[in-house]
Design a protein around this ligand. Structure first.
Ligand code: APR
Length: 247
C-alpha cells in the first residue's frame, strides 16, 4: 500500500485544486451502517423505496415517521471519526478545497470542515413544504412523539418534511456547484462510496483525474489513477503523515 500512498500524495501535491467526494463508507467507522456493503449494508435489510422515499413520506406518513425518520434520528448522536478529522485538517492545511458528500450525517461539519456540499441533504432540520420555514429535527421529533404525524408547520400548518434528499426528490442546488467544482479540479479523491447512485456518481466521470479509497469495488475503478481497497481512516492517516513528511 505504501507505494500507492506515495503516488496519491504526489498527485495531491501536483494539483492546484483537489476536491473530495465521500459516501456512507467513511461513516461506518462512526457506527453508521452504509447502504450496500454485503451483510451490513442498510439496503440488505430495508427496502429504500419503503423507508426513504417521498412517495411513502407523502402517502403513508405514519410508516415514514415510524421507520425512515427513525433511521435519520439514529444518526444525530454519531461522532466524526479519523477520516472526517484528517479531511478537516487537510482542508485547513490547504491540500483540499471542497468536500462533496452524499452523507446526511453532518459528520464533516462536526469535524470542523468548511466548504461541504451536501448533495443528498442533511439531518439537521426539516422544512415546511408549503412556506419553506425550517424546523430543527429534535423539534420535529417532539411533535412526532406527541403523535403529530406528519409534523405541522407552526406558521402555516403545512406538512414539515426532513431536509434529506429522498428517492423521488430532485437534487439540491449545491449539486450544480459540486459539478462546477469537480469540472475545475485537477484531482477528485473518492472515498467510502460504491459510486452506484447517479447523478452524483457522474462526478467521477467528469473529473480529470480520480483516486479511489474504498473497501469495495466501484463502477469507476477502471478510470482511477490509484485504487486503495482499504479502510479510509487507515489510508487517510498514512496519506496525511506522508504529506506532513512524518513517515
Ligand atoms: N473505508 C472505506 N470504504 C468503506 C468503509 C471504510 N471504513 N466501509 C464501507 N466502505 C465502502 C463499501 O465497500 C462500499 O463500497 O463504502 C462503500 C459504501 O457504498 P454505499 O453503501 O453504496 O454508500 P454510498 O455510495 O454513499 O450510497 C450512495 O445511495 O442509497 C443512496 O442516498 C443514499 O447517499 C446514498 C447513496
Amino acid at each position: 500500500m505504501d507505494a500507492k500512498i506515495k503516488e496519491i500524495v504526489s498527485l495531491i501535491k501536483d494539483s492546484n485544486k483537489v476536491v473530495v467526494l465521500t459516501g456512507a463508507g467513511i461513516s461506518t467507522e462512526s457506527g453508521i451502517p452504509d447502504f450496500r456493503s454485503p451483510e451490513t449494508g442498510l439496503w440488505e435489510k430495508i427496502d429504500p423505496m419503503e423507508a426513504l422515499s417521498t412517495a411513502v413520506l407523502m402517502n403513508r406518513p405514519e410508516k415514514f415517521y415510524k421507520q425512515g425518520f427513525q433511521l435519520l434520528l439514529g444518526m444525530t448522536d454519531a461522532k466524526p471519526n479519523l477520516t472526517h478529522e484528517i479531511l478537516s485538517k487537510m482542508q485547513d492545511d490547504g491540500y483540499i478545497s471542497t468536500i462533496v458528500t452524499q452523507n446526511i450525517d453532518n459528520l464533516h461539519q462536526k469535524a470542523g470542515s468548511k466548504n461541504v456540499l451536501e448533495v443528498h441533504g442533511h439531518i439537521r432540520d426539516g422544512y415546511c413544504i408549503k412556506c419553506g420555514k425550517k424546523m430543527p429535527i429534535d423539534h420535529m421529533n417532539e411533535k412526532i412523539k406527541k403523535k403529530e404525524i406528519p409534523p405541522r408547520c407552526e406558521g402555516c400548518n403545512g406538512v414539515v418534511r426532513p431536509s434529506v434528499v429522498m428517492f423521488g426528490d430532485a437534487l439540491p442546488p449545491c449539486f450544480d456547484q459540486a459539478w462546477k467544482e469537480v469540472e475545475k479540479c485537477d484531482l477528485l479523491m473518492v472515498m467510502g462510496t460504491s459510486l452506484e447512485v447517479a447523478p452524483v456518481s457522474h462526478l467521477a466521470q467528469i473529473s480529470k483525474k480520480i483516486v479511489i479509497i474504498n473497501i469495495g469495488k466501484t463502477a469507476y475503478d477502471k478510470k482511477a489513477e490509484v485504487i486503495v481497497n482499504h479502510k479510509a481512516s487507515e489510508v487517510l492517516n498514512k496519506i496525511y503523515k506522508e504529506l506532513k513528511g512524518r513517515n
